[in-house]
Design a protein around this ligand. Structure first.
Ligand SMILES: Nc1ncnc2c1ncn2[C@@H]1O[C@H](COP(=O)(O)OP(=O)(O)OP(=O)(O)O)[C@@H](O)[C@H]1O
Ligand SMILES: [Mg+2]
Length: 239
């Protein structure tokens, strides 16, 4: 049986008194890529924020490799091995590329795979190497996205969460970012990819979860969705 890397088990979450996630359940298997899709405001980023402890789940459980992490503070969850590439990247404009990577670097928990270091990130993203002494605020949108991904990788996570990494990028850059994500999956990383563009997700995901107004509307293998040509348009915006 596949090992469960990250699981949401009937999770409810609120902003103040407003219910934003309702009984959300899904499983990310080890080494798999789970695509989380849904229209604006469906609750995708909220799921990511709950997973990393920025917003507490009010009900239900979240497990990382079988261990409950539901009420742990964000720094403990990060130390246990979940890294988030946040929507809108949240880089520090007045730090250089190299400083971002140095600050985020952490040794891996299990020394089973080649660890990510600033050097291996530079090898994967030569453009970041060229611009390592530049302030992050002066990078292009695509370069900032690469930096946000690189910063998550040097923490050597067991689970990588990516919240709309293609947002605001030109199509060619989106293609590069998707290629990078698929290479990370090929290297065995367990990934949740949040996207609005279902097509991008179906191409590289193993499993797909569609959120609609805070509820799981569809949970399927990507292959099955492609084969049956299921129409997801009722759950997604028009693009
Ligand atoms: N900090 C907040 N305080 C109150 N409500 C919020 C907050 N953040 C998000 N919401 C609301 O929660 C709901 C889910 O938002 P969320 O950001 O999770 O959606 P999303 O699926 O990530 O959308 P998008 O594709 O636009 O990023 C929305 O109705 C949103 O308005
Ligand atoms: Mg979002």
């Amino acid at each position: 049986m596949a090992t469960e890397a990250l699981a949401f088990d009937s999770v409810d979450a609120y902003y103040g008194e407003s219910l934003v996630l309702h009984r959300v359940s899904f499983v990310l298997e080890e080494g798999a890529l789970l695509g989380l899709i849904g229209r604006n405001g469906a609750g995708k980023s909220t799921c990511m924020n709950v997973a990393v402890g920025l917003l507490p789940a009010r009900q239900g459980a979240i497990r990382l490799y079988g261990e409950p992490i539901t009420q742990l503070p964000p720094e403990t969850i990060a130390a246990r091995g979940i890294a988030l590439v946040p929507q809108a990247r949240r880089i520090f404009k007045s730090l250089t590329v190299a400083e971002h990577l140095l600050i985020a670097a952490q040794a891996p928990r299990e020394p089973t795979h080649e660890p990510w270091t600033p050097e291996t990130v530079y090898a994967a993203f030569p453009r970041l190497h060229e611009r390592r002494k530049h302030f992050a605020g002066s990078l292009s949108g695509g370069e900032q996205q690469m930096l946000a991904i690189g910063r998550a990788l040097v923490s050597n996570p067991r689970v990588l969460l990516m919240d709309e990494p293609s947002e605001g990028l030109a199509p060619q850059i989106v293609a590069d970012v998707m290629k990078t994500i698929s290479q990370l999956k090929d290297q065995g990383l367990s990934i949740v990819l949040v996207e609005q563009n279902a097509k991008l997700v179906l191409d590289i995901a193993d499993d797909v979860v569609v959120l609609n107004t805070g509820r799981v509307a569809v949970r399927e293998r990507a292959e099955a969705l492609q084969k049956t040509g299921v129409d997801l348009s009722e759950h997604l915006g028009v693009f």
